[in-house]
Design a protein around this ligand. Structure first.
Ligand code: AP5
Ligand code: MG
Length: 196
């Protein structure tokens, strides 16, 4: 089962991911978390990614596709994955399709978390105060949102063209309320074996 959690910065992808991944019995794979871990470790990848992330821009497709290719080849992803923050460009979506196709699989479902821009900004600024994530300033948030509109939103059109179900979920309200809405639209366990 390959499910994509999709949405603008601050829409709640990371917050909702653990529950959805547990329900599906697959790992939660978040490119942003992976990149932040590399920055923390001071690896070559982390040193390359840090200034780009701090500027609110996207890491190159080649680099992130390589990182995800090796992550999805790990044994825990054999049964599938819940993807958060990937794919983020049409080129990434096409590369993911090709990778999955070579294994006889495909993306099963996409969840789009819908949250108005002013609520997104409010959430990100609150997290800045609580956690100090380097890219959670108002200016950088604006650039992340612009990158989402220009480069990431077109991925939805790609999935619609490919006839992958795209489910829009209202992402405003309590964390539990949003989780309930996602769970209501998740495939039931008895359907998982039939999904292709
Ligand atoms: P990434 O880490 O993916 O960041 P993002 O997409 O900008 O999104 P966030 O993680 O900020 O938001 P989220 O939707 O996960 O929301 P969250 O649950 O945290 O990417 C960071 C950077 O890495 C990119 O800018 C890019 O440079 C690089 N990158 C990553 N992937 C890449 C790729 N594929 N290609 C190229 N570059 C890539 O929630 C936000 C806050 O709101 C939290 O504080 C949370 O507690 C709160 N919250 C959540 N839900 C609710 C609710 N219902 N009510 C109130 N508060 C809530
Ligand atoms: Mg996140």
């Amino acid at each position: 089962m390959i499910v994509v959690l999709f949405g603008p910065p601050g829409s709640g992808k990371g917050t909702q991911a653990a529950g959805v991944a547990a329900h599906l019995g697959v790992p939660h794979i978040a490119t942003g978390d992976m990149l932040r871990a590399e920055v923390e470790r001071g690896s070559a990848l982390g040193r390359e990614a840090a200034p780009i992330m701090e500027a609110g821009q996207l890491i190159s497709d080649d680099l992130i596709i390589r990182v995800m290719g090796s992550r999805l080849a790990e044994p825990d992803a054999a049964a599938g994955a819940l993807l958060d923050g990937f794919p983020r460009t049409v080129a990434q979506a096409e590369a993911l399709d090709a990778l999955l196709r070579s294994r006889g699989r495909a993306v099963d479902e996409v969840f789009l978390l819908q949250v108005p821009d002013d609520v997104l900004l409010e959430r990100v600024l609150k997290r800045a105060a609580e956690e100090g994530r380097a890219d959670d300033t108002a200016a950088t948030f604006g650039r992340r949102l612009a990158a989402y509109r220009d480069e990431t939103e077109p991925v939805l059109g790609h999935y619609r063209r490919e006839r992958v179900p795209v489910v829009t979920v209202d992402g405003v309200g309590t964390v539990e309320g949003v989780a309930e809405r996602i769970h209501a639209a998740l495939p039931r366990p008895h359907q998982l074996g039939q999904a292709s």
